[in-house]
Write a protein that binds this ligand. Structure first.
Ligand code: FMN
Length: 180
């Protein structure tokens, strides 16, 4: 049950050495692969790191949180900015980019939205992450102050259709091993 997983999930910072079964890893990556995305662009790549040296290097540059490397697998999720539009080809975004901090609230809210979609499905309900609005237009309709950012409009209800699965990039396309 999805809600059980959502309730049960904790941030874990200590791991057994026991390796992860390949089928389980693939199922987890499959869940990521099937996530919804605007215009079905799937702007993501996942780097699977098993090599101990590489895990340690990543842990080191992740705030020297060396416990990270004690996990047998480290997955690095990468957003491809250019996947959304040619306009972003070669675009440079980092923590010093203007308004970068604002993007953190967007990231965190995105996690919560995905939880809604998952649990709705588990309750037998249909949802759709709708993003086809402009802040300027939707804010006044809902009395939303200018310093808030609308991330998603989510219709929720019992489905009256059974849409076919839409295509997803295959795992080979969105996976890297050890490095980009
Ligand atoms: C975007 C994001 C970044 C995070 N970064 C770290 C991190 O660098 N180190 C860490 O120990 N936990 C990190 N966490 C875990 C949060 O501290 C944790 O999700 C939060 O305290 C709630 O605890 P829970 O996940 O057990 O429910 C991060 C969580 C999110 C969503």
């Amino acid at each position: 049950m999805m809600i059980e997983s959502i309730k049960h999930r904790r941030s874990v910072r200590k791991f057994q050495e026991k390796p992860i079964e390949e089928e389980k890893l693939l199922e987890i990556l499959e869940a990521a692969r099937l996530a919804p995305s605007g215009n079905n662009k799937q702007p993501w790549v996942f780097i699977v790191i098993k090599n101990e040296e590489n895990r340690k290097k990543v842990a080191q540059v992740t705030g020297e949180q060396l416990w990270i490397a004690s996990a047998p697998v480290v997955i690095v999720a990468v957003a491809d900015l250019s996947a959304r539009s040619d306009r972003f080809e070669g675009q440079y975004l980092d923590e010093e980019s203007p308004q970068f901090d604002l993007k953190r609230s967007i990231r965190d809210t995105a996690i919560a939205v995905e939880h809604i979609l998952l649990e709705a499905d588990n309750q037998g309900l249909g949802t759709c992450w709708c993003g086809a609005f402009r802040q300027k237009t939707i804010r006044p309709v809902l009395n939303i102050p200018d310093d808030k950012f609308v991330l998603a409009v989510i219709p929720l209800g019992y489905a009256d259709e059974a849409p076919k699965a839409r295509p997803r990039k295959d795992l080979e396309t969105i996976l890297r091993y050890e490095r980009w």
